[in-house]
Design a protein around this ligand. Structure first.
Ligand SMILES: Nc1ncnc2c1ncn2[C@@H]1O[C@H](COP(=O)(O)OP(=O)(O)OP(=O)(O)O)[C@@H](O)[C@H]1O
Ligand SMILES: [Mg+2]
Length: 275
């Protein structure tokens, strides 16, 4: 059993603090959904976990089985078993998916023996399972793939690489209904067969009907403001984030965020001495 612990994570992008203390813990085989309005920092969290170099980590921890990952380059995080399916997968002209996966697997010593030789067969089997045309694997990674094809291809990479934990940033966006079913069922199967732990970022409860979450978290104002069971996703669909904020008694999280990030505010003062 493995655990991924995010503790008090604070991240700034372009000098602006987007994540202001995120706590989340994930164990092998679990599915956690992360929801939140546009611009709330979900993708920022995904990129920060994977070690994007232009993101400034201002505090907190990211531990995989107790080992601190903050400070490690992306490839070492991947080597230890972390995977990110990006919201907007990058096109890599001239690098074939099959070569990329071969190199990635060889980079992981433990997996190399198991899969080093049978990579072609494994890829073919996964391609069939995910209904990905095998000819895509011989093209540059994601080059001229449609939006949905990119998401299927990311899922195929995930299935072949067998990480311990996968962060899936809107893996459901752009997928047609059949593709959504194929992709979510494949991931659900990995949580059983490989005990994959999943952090699924999504806007839609629909994904979560196939990929059943153990926990649902809501990111607002740079923090997780509520966590609950799968029913929380349905509640959100019904009341929206404004409704949730009202329910929580938070009048305006954006205003609160601004006030707290006031560069002239003195954090050592409990109250304003002038009032
Ligand atoms: N380089 C940057 N400089 C300043 N602000 C940035 C930069 N990159 C991202 N941001 C801001 O960070 C905030 C969080 O963006 P992020 O992409 O994490 O949101 P999100 O929750 O994934 O939204 P969505 O649901 O639309 O995908 C946004 O307000 C965005 O404009
Ligand atoms: Mg995003």
């Amino acid at each position: 059993m493995s655990t991924l612990q995010i503790e008090g994570l604070r991240v700034a992008v372009g000098g602006h603090e987007i994540l202001r203390g995120v706590d989340l813990e994930l164990a092998s085989g679990e599915v956690h959904a992360l929801m939140g309005p546009n611009g709330s920092g979900k993708s920022t969290l995904a990129h920060a976990l994977m070690g994007r170099s232009d993101y400034e980590i201002r505090g907190g921890h990211l531990r995989l089985d107790g080992e601190e990952l903050l400070g490690l380059p992306t490839w070492q995080r991947a080597e230890r078993g972390l995977f990110l399916a990006m919201q907007y997968p990058v096109e890599v002209p001239g690098v074939r998916a099959i070569d990329l996966l071969g190199v990635a697997l060889r980079g992981r010593a433990a997996s190399a023996d198991a899969h080093g030789n049978g990579l072609d067969a494994r890829l073919a089997a996964e391609a069939e399972r995910l209904h990905v045309d095998a000819q895509f694997l011989a093209r540059g990674v994601n080059v001229e793939f449609s939006g949905g094809e990119k998401k299927r291809a990311e899922t195929l990479q995930l299935a072949v690489l067998e990480p311990k934990f996968a962060v899936l940033d809107e893996i459901d966006s752009g997928l047609d209904v059949d593709a959504l079913r194929d992709v979510s069922r494949r991931i659900e199967a990995m949580t059983d067969e490989n005990r994959l732990g999943v952090l699924a970022i999504t806007h839609y409860a629909r994904l979560l009907t196939e990929l059943r979450p153990d926990r649902v978290h809501v990111l607002l104002g740079g923090r997780i403001v509520q966590s609950g069971g799968p029913e929380l996703a349905d509640t959100l669909e019904r009341v929206g984030y404004e409704g949730l904020a009202a329910e929580l008694g938070v009048e305006d999280l954006a205003v609160e965020a601004e006030a707290e990030s006031d560069p002239f505010a003195d954090p050592t003062l409990e109250s304003n001495p002038f009032t």
